[in-house]
Design a protein around this ligand. Structure first.
Ligand code: TRP
Length: 447
């Protein structure tokens, strides 16, 4: 077999995987979902989903990759012991491709705002002007340009390879991200009136726990935020040398990602409350509500530039892992070189994302399940494809992969390994199925 790339160091692998996990999901998606689903109650449900389902599945996915040392479809075929198991890797690759299509669109919006704030632009916008400004932008064709810029930046990194491209980029970008986030959170927490935002994040309204919709949103978010079930952790795991253990990296990634979301909440909600705005404003929270916040804030233009810069950096470190899933699929199955495979994946991802980029403009009339193209892609992946694929991966690891080997490859001590195997076998699939069925209204009591 030909030479296969690996990470240069353990810390490089953890940073890269954390870079994949930390993204728009932590800032843009987490905050608006928390805003819509009861604030702190959502956080509680979310933590349960991460601990009970996310973490065991993350370890499973990393272990599949590290054991097989192959991309997703090849990995399932090898561990399943028959070529037909290749099919089990297909939903992961499809999921990665759909997200690769629409994710750079949103990242592109952030990039354009970043550039605008750098130029001192929309800092003067308040009230309805902020909304008009954003809607006019996404209603035009220019989002395609910004989307293309994000894809191009990711391509340049992925083209550089695992160590010199992906690992090196994360080593630089992740500390930058942490610095931006902490600075912004410290600043917004110092604003008068910001503590209402803190209690919104940390004082639960327990009635939300009884609503299946909240559980599905939290489960979908756990999958999305941890980059699960899309082949991304699997491919990153496949570049880990066989001698390395995975449990601590998995724990570090899950905790790091969750802490990041919580601090992002502490950056956004205090600011929203300090200026008396609505926390439940949905997907536009980051792009309409936040600019209104910045307009009223002392130093708002600099803060706005930092905020959107943070979104861009977070999004790029995630986009590269999506691109890597597709590029590795092409390299290992079609024998393409890395430069070719990454270019082809980028172009295909960009083209597939064009309808999402135009879904608030010329394609605004196109509705899928009552949603615009971009929202439909996001909803379809997070609330349906990811949970279903999560069940598939859990069942594969629990029942198809040879049990003794799976336990050994998990890297856990025997007793913990048995617990993990049990939860992958029974708990995770049952819980995911329960939440899925409930929220589809198939088990009656849907709220
Ligand atoms: N975790 C990313 C975020 O929070 C989004 C994401 C989901 C992702 N699945 C992925 C990123 C797979 C890379 C690969 O924004």
């Amino acid at each position: 077999m030909s030479y296969r790339e690996q990470w240069d160091s353990d810390s490089g692998f953890i940073l890269a995987a954390l870079g994949s996990a930390v993204g728009l999901g932590n800032v843009w998606r987490f905050s608006y979902l928390a805003g819509e689903n009861g604030g702190a109650a959502f956080l509680v449900v979310y933590l349960v989903c991460v601990a009970a389902i996310g973490l065991p599945l993350m370890l499973a996915e990393l272990a599949i990759g590290r054991t097989a040392q192959l991309e997703a479809t090849g990995a399932f075929a090898r561990l399943g012991g028959a070529p037909r198991w290749r099919l089990a890797g297909v939903p992961s690759v499809i999921g990665a491709f759909i997200v690769l299509a629409y994710y750079p669109v949103i990242a592109g919006w952030a990039l354009r705002f970043f550039v605008e704030y750098l130029a001192g632009g929309p800092g003067t916008l308040s009230g309805e002007a902020a909304e008009r400004h954003f809607l006019a932008f996404i209603g035009s064709a220019t989002p395609m340009f910004w989307q293309a810029s994000i894809v191009l930046a990711s391509l340049l990194i992925v083209r550089g390879g695992v160590g010199h491209g992906i690992e090196a980029a994360n080593r630089f970008l992740m500390p930058l991200l942490a610095l931006l986030l902490c600075t912004l959170a410290a600043y917004t927490l110092s604003l008068p009136g910001s503590w209402a935002g803190v209690s919104f994040v940390f004082a639960p309204d327990w009635s939300a726990l009884g609503e299946p919709g909240v559980w599905l949103a939290a489960l979908g978010q756990a999958f999305f935020s941890l980059s699960l079930a899309m082949g991304a952790l699997l491919i990153y795991g496949s570049y880990v040398p066989s001698s390395r253990r995975l449990p601590l990296p998995a724990l570090a990634i899950a905790i790091g990602d969750t802490v990041f979301s919580m601090v992002a909440g502490l950056m956004i909600f205090p600011a929203v409350f300090a200026f008396g705005l609505d926390p439940a404003s949905g997907p536009t929270l980051a792009f309409i509500t936040m600019p209104r916040v910045f307009a009223q804030m002392p130093g708002g233009i600099a803060v706005g530039a930092a905020f959107f810069g943070l979104l861009v950096v977070a999004a790029i470190t995630s986009t590269i892992s999506l691109l890597e899933v597709i590029a590795a699929f092409l390299m290992e199955n079609l024998g393409m070189t890395r430069p070719r495979a990454s270019l082809l994946a980028s172009v295909a991802g960009f083209l597939a994302g064009v309808p999402a980029a135009l879904s608030f403009g010329v394609l605004a009339q196109v509705r899928l399940w009552g949603l615009g193209v971009l929202d439909a892609m996001d909803r379809f992946v997070s609330n349906l494809l990811l949970p279903l694929n999560g069940i598939l991966i859990a069942l594969f690891v629990g029942w198809i992969w040879h049990a003794a080997e799976a336990r050994r490859e998990s890297g856990l001590r025997p007793r913990l390994a048995a617990c993990w195997h049990w939860s992958i076998r029974w708990l995770a699939p049952c819980l995911i199925a329960l939440i899925l069925l409930h929220s589809l209204g198939l088990l009656g009591a849907a709220g």
